[in-house]
Ligand binder design. Sequence first.
Ligand code: GN1
Ligand code: MG
Length: 729
Amino acid sequence: MILKNLTLNGVLSDITVENGKITAIAPADDKTPGESYDGMTVIPGLVDIHTHGCAGYDTMDAHFEEISSYLAQNGTTSFLPTTMTMDYESIRRVTAANRDVSGAQILGFHMEGPYIAAQYKGAQNGKFIKEPDLAEFKSLPDMKMVTIAPELAGSMEFIKECGAVVSLGHTAADYDTCIKAIDAGALCLTHTFNAMPGIHHRNPGPIGAAVQKNIYVQAITDGLHLHPSIVMLLYKAFGPQRMVIISDSMRATGLCDGTYEFGGQPIEVKNSVARTLDGAIAGSTSTLFTCMKQAIAFGVPFEDAVTMATRTPADLIGASNKGRIEVGADADLLILDEEMNLAHVMIGGVFIHQDNEQHKRYMEEKNVLREIASKFHVTGEFIAHEIINQGNINTTYRVDYRQEDGSVKSYILQRVNTYVFKNPVEIMKNIDLVTTHLRNKVRRLNKPALHFYHTEADNNNYYVQDEGAFWRLLNYISSVTFDTCDDLDTLRGAGEAFGEFQNQLSDFDASLLFTTIPDFHNTAKRLETFFAAVEEDICGRAAEIAEEIAFIKENRELASQLQQMLDEGKLPLRVTHNDTKTNNVLFDRQTFAPLTIIDLDTVMPGLPMHDFGDAVRFAASTAVEDEPDLSKVSLDLNKYRAFAQGFIGKIADALTTAEVKTMALGAITITIELAVRFLTDYLTGDKYFKTNYEGHNLVRARCQLALAKDMLSKRADMERIVCDVVGGI
Ligand code: GN1
Ligand code: MG
């Protein structure tokens, strides 16, 4: 696309944009085809390296869609969401939030505190202030900038080692300390003059040091934080290559006066000025575009003010494709009308519209989820949602609520797949019984337990929407999960967790449970269904899987053995989980100790060999469950042993000899069974498992069959390992 007749640095120009980049800039030429922007000016999209939020949202809410959309509409095309002085977990949540946003792009994060001086905390929350902690900081991904007070113990080492741009701020440091910090690598001052000592002619402080060393200075040029003459003083001392305009905007930006939350404290916004209850200014309510225009009004030449809000901040954080109109740079552009008001915004080569599709979809989904979640007993004010891409059956979201004290409480909201679970009410009855039974046991272990919330209207642990959509809400447990895991201790832990789960249910009366999916792990029946689907071949896909069919036929007898033994009464039924993928174990974020088992939909009478088998086919494989490159797929016997030690170690006392002897067979059986289930779904039109692409079920099935083949070749080893584990107990 060619944008024609735009004034660029005073020259009438045509700008070519291709694949999100600027690919040509030429003097305007009447013969060039394209959209004409007569009388309009083009500048780079603004880059805000210090913003806490806008439009009602704060970076600490860990949701960026609304912020990103509002910033984009107001000319900021990329930014560093800036965190507040708060606890580690709250900051970590921000860095883990979804960054696939419709508007302004996230270039990384700016961490403002907690390594700051209490005396100059400004609107930061003093409760969370602490000394620099390098290990903690390094565990937070994509921190591009950090504001610290250099007088704190450990600062100099932190500045040298932290790997981010260090900006000095919220500091009481004197000139000499700041010079030392700059020599150690500090590169910037944070909202210069605000939250630091000013300049005294014999005591020049941080600003004197910044002048001396010619580092970058951030300035909030909203007309409130700095007197216009001070804006000019900074401009004259530092120039457009060193002075960076920031907004330091907070969540009230774009909204009316009122009371808002900021870093866990109440903030009063009156006549657009935000203050804490002690009167400290608490960020601005201006966008970067407004700040830039203010700087121009105070006397900064237009082109220099633009540079200070675009190229200079981009250079400071090493974003060399941002903040400039040059061939090869990202096509983030603002088109201004004759009064220098914002007319059009382009991000990555695409014009931003009020009715942006991605944003609209997000907002629609949000409204639905807000409505559904409100049916349950929840506390706080709904902030936003995020999809959790896990599980092949149900659809799972995290929904976040802001509490009165400013903290965020998350819940899990899940839509149950009623194609798979024909009778979800029975599932919820099972879950109620099972969680009640488990809660009593888990309490003693001081571990978190799953809790399903009830609806306000009917006191059910589920809510059915008009169209029949079936929803449930449960507590969110902060944790990590693994799809693959190389650490043997963690795998052993997962085994122990599933083993413990089974033990905890050993005194549970199985007759109370509904069968949620009949014949779920009846492998013999699964095979029958498969061969019937091959016969019918309703999608015409059987011919391409001839090889797979042959393998399954060959192993039909073997894969049916466990079911036969069960039918003959040679194996006891126990209450089992039946879906023991290791990503159904939640682990502690720091210690990787297992916290709890999730996904209780299929808790039913079953065989422990199936639970063992399902877990090892998932976790002891050398590849993910749907790896297309079969040469990568095999059973890792070390991982297998680790899981066996954990799982069998916990339940061995209760196992019969027949169960021990068929443990390895359980792994082979369930791997073939799952391949058969994926293939049956493929043959019948992909209705059961969620798929991410055409042919996904076939890829999954082939991967499971490759794994089953490898297991068959290692069967003797697998059996020996089980014997060793049992013998060693
Ligand atoms: C399904 O929903 P999810 O991803 O936990 C399936 C399991 C399969 C698994 C394969 C109710 O589990 O049986 O092993 O996919 N659950 C159901 O990834 O069919
Ligand atoms: Mg499941």
